[in-house]
Design a protein around this ligand. Sequence first.
Ligand SMILES: [Zn+2]
Length: 641
Amino acid sequence: MLPVTRPDMRPLRIFPTDPTRTRSAARTATILVENEFLKPGPVGSRLEIVDFDASASPPIFYDAVDLDHPDILMEGGLSPSESDPRFHQQMVYAVASRTLANFDRALGRRVSLRKGRSRTRLRLFPHAFEGENAFYDRDLHAIMFGYFSADAADPGTNVPHQTIFTCLSHDIIAHEMCHAIVDRLRRRFLEPSNVDVLAFHEGFADIVALLQHFSYRDLLVEELQRLRGDLQKPTFLVELARQFGHATGRGRSLRSALDKPDKRLYSSVTEAHDRGAILVAAVFEGFFETYRSRVQDLFRIATNGTGKLPEGELHPDLVARIATEASRTAQRQLDMCIRAFDYLPPVDVTFGDYLRAIVTADFELNPADEWGQCAALIEGFRRRGIYPEGVTSLAEESLRWPVAVGAPPLQDTLADLLPKLLQIEAEKFSKQNSSSTSEARAYKRGREMSFSIEELETPAEAGQADPPGNSEEGDTARTRQVYDDMRKALQQYARECRDALDLDDPDTAHLAGFDAVFRTSPSGALLIELVAQFIETDVSTKDNPEWGGVPVRGGTTVIFGVDGAVRYVISKPIASGGRSLNLRRREARTAAFARRIRQRAFVASLDDADPATPYMTAEAYSKRMLTRMSLCALHEGHDHG
Ligand SMILES: [Zn+2]
C-alpha cells in the first residue's frame, strides 16, 4: 500500500476581523496553519489554549475542542459561531498560530515561545475574565482575553448589552500575540527607559495585526471593490478592532493606520498607544505608497490611460489583480517590519533605531529595493519627524547601521561550533511544517511531543537565553551540548573583544540570546547569519529608587556572517569609566552619558506629570516607572477618546 503523507498545513475557519460582519459574503475565512499534532485545548508545541473562566460563578472549564477529531478535520475545523466556546478556542489558536508563522517566516527561524524550567508553552485564555480588556501577562506567560456587555447607549453595530468576546477579534489576538513574541525576542523592551520603548511595543503589535488583514483574500477583494482600489478611504482593512471600539462606546475602531502627518506629534505625544500610532502611520504610509506604485499600471490599462475609472462596479478581473498586488505588498511589508528585529539593539529602543534596523535588514536581503518599498517607508518616517539620533541625513546609506570594523571574527572554538549550530537550526526550521516520525511516535504513545528536553537554565537571568527551538527526541544530548558550548564560547568572545563590541564590563555583561537565521530574499538568495545579544546593567541604578525600577542598561547586538566575520555591532553602551580609553571607548562613553541623561529626564518628566508622586509609599515610589508604563495597566481598556 502506498504511504499517505500527513499534510503540512491544516485548514481552520475564523472570523477574519470579528463577528460583526454578519451580512458580508466574506464574513468568515479559512486559513492554513502548521499541521502539528494537537491535544484537546488545542494544545500544540508552542501554544496551549486553556478555557478557564474565573469570572463565571462558579468558575468553569469549558469543554476543550479536539481539532484532531476526524469529524472536525473533515470539516476544516468548526464553523464560526459566536455562541460555541469551542469555536472561540479554535479561533484563538488559529490566529495565534498564523501570527507566529509570520514571525518564523520573516525571522528565518523557529521562534521559541517556551519558557522557564518546565518549558511552559504560551497559554491563551479565551474567556479569562469579565472586562473590556485583553492583555499579555509575562509572569503567567499567558494572554488573557476578557468579555463584556456592549455599551447600552451606543453599541454601534452591536445589540445593547450583547456579549462581546475579545477572543473573537482577529486584531486583538494578533496584537496580544505580538506582545508575547516581542517579549521573547527582546526581554528589555518592557522597561520604559525612554518614551519610545513601550510605544514601540504597541505600535509594532498594531502593524502586524493590520498587515495580516491583507492576507484574507475574499475580504480583501470585496473591500477593494467597495473602495474602488483606494486603500486610503476609510476601511476596516486599516482599522484595528472595529467591534471592540464600537462596543465600548467609542463610535469608531480602537485605532487606525490613517493619520494626518504632523511632525509635532512625535515630540509631544507620550501615551504608549497614541505614540505607537505614529509609528503605525509611518509604516503604513510606506505601504500605501508602494501599493499605489504597484497598481498604477493596472489602472492605466483599465482606463485606457486616462486614470478615470468608469461609473459602477470595477471589473472583477481588475479587482482580482489589485487584490493580489495589495496582499503581496502587505506580506513584503510585514516581512520587512518583522525581519528588522534581529538588527535592533537589545535595550532602550527608539523609533529611529527601528527605522535603521528596517533599512539595514532590507539592504542585507534585498539591496536593489526594486519596489521602492524601503524608500517609501523612510519617507513615511520623515514626514512624521522621526529621525534617528546621530544620523545626518535620511539617505538610505546613512540610515544603515555602519558595517563593523575592528571586531575580530569568531575564534577557533566558535568557528568549529557554528556549522554544527547552523545544521541543528536549519533542520528544525525546515522541519517545522512537516511532522517528524519521532513526534508522531511520541504522540501515539499519548506523550508530550518532542519536549523531552528539560530546561537549560540560563546563566544570568532565567528566560533570557532560552536555547532557540525545542530539541527532539534522539538528538537532545547532542543539541544541548552544542547550545551549551556555543553559549560559553560567545561569553568568552565577548570578554576578549569587549572594546570592539562596546561592552563595558565583561563580568556583568551576559549573553541574552543567540539565534541562527536563514532568510530568503525576494530574488531567491539565501542569507545565513548568527545573531547574538549581550546585555549589561549599571548596578548602581538597580536598587536606587530614584530610577523608579528601571535601571540603566546597555547592550549590543552582534551579527555574524556565515563565515564567522562580524557584520554589524549595534550597541547601546554604558560607561563605568576607570579604564584607559581609546577613541572607540571615548565615543561609546559619550553616547552612554547622553543616554543616561535622557533616561533621567524621562523619569523626571513623568514624576512632574504625575500628581501622585509626592504621596507614594517608598515601595510604590521605587517601582513607579514600571507601574506607570506597564502594558497591562494601559491596555485596550485605556480610553483613547
Ligand atoms: Zn498592546
